[in-house]
Design a protein. Structure first.
Length: 385
């Protein structure tokens, strides 16, 4: 404490006043230091109630492990979770709420591309890093945004791998069934482009059929066009319902699909007709890498069930952000975004993650699975069905 003396009683009042000012300044400084050394907060946006798919469990396990290991530079990590209800309106409201909460270091979300795409503009304008672990639409990272990322392969990459695989299986003439949303149209367009490069002709594309009679008419048309396979660019449950209806009208060719069909619902809804369906997806729980083995073991022990793809994606999203925040500390969002772009071949449980300048994860992340006897089984590279 610094004291300045003045003669007389007035001098005592000045001393007291200065003392109070210095004490208040010290308290304010102390509070600021305490705040800076407090928890680090990450927001999470996801349709938890309607379509969780073990995602919550994956992010919570990651936070538990990080904090048990001492946190991020000695500071605990905490999550603020908000349900975006799988709708654009709710997703926009969640994004706006996070944009106003300046204590949030970054946001993990959203699941659906049709929610992530409009929400991404809010995060970009707010200067808040958004990392989507599930939105694969190419449009998400096609706007040149600085703060928008995904730690999943894009639809274009999934479509490329699927087209190459279909060609290896001998397919020459295929049909595409797609949903009229950003996910379905983007995946369908990418598959058709890559199928053409792989020597496959798309003989028809549909996004709607009225009833079984209508589908039977389409099936007769496709047989006349000598089709030999169907690619589904749609989500659950509509994709599985199409397969079930296909079985009812006698469609017997093999089905192929993107990551949105990687769900137990494929068997539950599609029934016997879904047997043999191949999906291009993410996360191989049988991989022998230490990161994967420990994750599967810890997750199963914590929740009494094995992790799925979205659990792995949520887990990796938390760990990726924690690694980047650990490097930049309390620097601004631009530094955090720059750090993410600098991560190359970062070893996650769903593969090795690398980000390009547009925020795409360009790591080798796509795996192929086939539904066999009601369960997904990993396909080996070049395996013939």
């Amino acid at each position: 404490m610094v004291c300045i003396f003045f003669p007389g009683s007035r001098g005592k009042k000045v001393i007291i006043a200065l003392t109070l000012v210095l004490v208040l300044l010290a308290l304010a400084t102390g509070c600021q230091e305490t705040e800076n050394k407090g928890d680090i907060t990450i927001g999470v946006a996801w349709p938890f109630d309607s379509n969780n798919s073990l995602f919550r469990e994956g992010v919570e396990l990651a936070v538990k492990e990080i904090n048990q290991d001492g946190g991020i530079n000695g500071r605990n990590l905490q999550l603020v979770m908000k349900d975006d209800e799988g709708s654009v309106a709710a997703g926009m409201a969640v994004a706006q709420s996070y944009a106003k909460e300046r204590q949030v270091a970054a946001v993990i979300g959203h699941r659906n591309s049709f929610v992530s795409i409009p929400a991404s503009r809010i995060y970009e304008e707010a200067g808040l890093v958004m990392l989507s672990p599930a939105s694969t639409a190419t449009e998400l990272t096609g706007k040149g945004y600085q703060f928008v990322f995904r730690n999943a392969p894009s639809d274009d990459e999934i479509a490329r791998k699927m087209a190459v695989f279909c060609s290896q299986q001998g397919h020459k003439r295929m049909v595409i069934y797609y949903s009229e949303d950003s996910y379905g149209m983007g995946l369908a367009n990418s598959f058709e482009d890559h199928a053409q490069k792989a020597g496959i002709k798309v003989v028809d594309r549909i996004s709607y059929y009225g009833n079984l009679k209508d589908l039977e008419r389409l099936h007769n048309k496709w047989k006349a066009l000598d089709f030999d396979g169907i690619f589904i660019a749609s989500s659950m449950p509509s994709g599985a319902e199409f397969i079930a209806d296909g079985g009812r009208v006698g469609i017997s060719v093999r089905y192929y699909a993107g990551n949105a069909m990687d769900s137990p619902q494929l068997c539950e809804i599609g029934g016997k007709a879904a047997e043999g369906t191949v999906v291009g997806t993410i996360f191989n729980p049988s991989e022998i890498r230490e990161e994967v083995r420990k994750f599967v073991e810890n997750f199963t022990k914590e929740y009494n069930q094995p992790p799925g793809a979205y659990a792995a994606q949520g887990y990796d999203a938390v760990k990726l952000l924690a690694a980047a925040i650990g490097q930049v500390g309390d620097a601004d969002a631009a530094a955090l975004a720059g750090c993410l772009r600098g991560l190359k071949n970062w070893p996650g449980v769903s593969g090795y993650h690398s980000f390009d300048q547009n925020g795409n994860d360009v790591g080798d992340l796509v795996v192929l699975k086939s539904l066999r006897d009601g369960e997904f089984q990993l396909l080996k590279s070049g395996e013939q069905l």
